[in-house]
Write a protein that binds this ligand. Structure first.
Ligand SMILES: [Zn+2]
Length: 229
């Protein structure tokens, strides 16, 4: 009910608080750039080339957090639009851009319970729908699940993140036969160290998929790279 009220009677920008629509034109513009290749430093071995439209900082971070953690309605469209541009750039970088399969990084069951949905999967589905309206035959396959409990990685350093996520993902039942021989783009809302995307790519590749790229809305840029592993 709240979500509907927000859409019909927006009061203030979810990112900056300015009175008006749920996202003001200035904050929406922060997500309006073309997607580009954004390698984390250091990039984990085996990370597919990752695309994003913006650094994960400032206004963009405020928009993502408002959407993910506070469920701010009305932000999904601008985030899905950004993700669709990232998917388009990722798809353009592979050999068969009109026939790619999108696989979203799965949320933990705790995150799904807290948010009432799988944020990355929902955004991926909307981004795919946007791409299809441009004539692309992009499809979404929820191929992955978390194989075990993982810690919230937000407070973890690079090495701890890698340890936390090692072998954390597995195929969902029935997914393997739909992945073999396909060109896949793995999708998440934000890329930080790249370890999550890499771990997902490893599982998909073991099933015979060609994981050609990764697409995200935003990329964390570290000022002080941690020590290499
Ligand atoms: Zn704003």
């Amino acid at each position: 009910m709240l979500a509907l009220v927000d859409l019909v009677l927006p009061t203030e920008c979810a990112a900056c608080g300015r009175r008006g629509p749920v996202i003001c034109p200035g904050c929406a513009a922060a997500l309006g750039a073309p997607a580009r290749l954004v390698w984390p430093r250091p990039a984990p071995a085996g990370l597919p080339p990752p695309y994003a439209v913006a650094p994960y900082a400032g206004t963009v971070r405020d928009v993502v957090v408002a959407f993910k953690e506070r469920g701010a309605a009305g932000l999904e469209r601008v985030l899905a639009d950004a993700l669709a541009r990232s998917v388009a750039a990722a798809a353009a970088s592979v050999g068969d851009p009109d026939d790619v399969l999108l696989v979203a990084v799965p949320s933990s069951s705790a995150a799904r319970a807290a948010r009432g949905r799988d944020v990355a999967l929902d955004l991926t589905r909307r981004a795919a729908a946007i791409r299809r309206r441009s004539g692309c035959t992009v499809r979404v396959l929820p191929a992955l699940r978390l194989a075990r409990t993982v810690q919230d990685s937000a407070a973890l350093g690079s090495q701890a993140r890698a340890d936390n996520l090692r072998a954390a993902f597995a195929l969902r039942r029935g997914a393997a036969s739909r992945l073999a021989g396909r060109t896949v783009i793995v999708v998440d809302d934000v890329v930080t160290t790249g370890v999550t995307l890499r771990e997902c790519a490893v599982v998909l590749q073991a099933a015979g998929a060609r994981v050609a790229a990764a697409a995200t809305v935003a990329a964390t840029q570290r000022r002080h790279p941690p020590p290499t592993l």
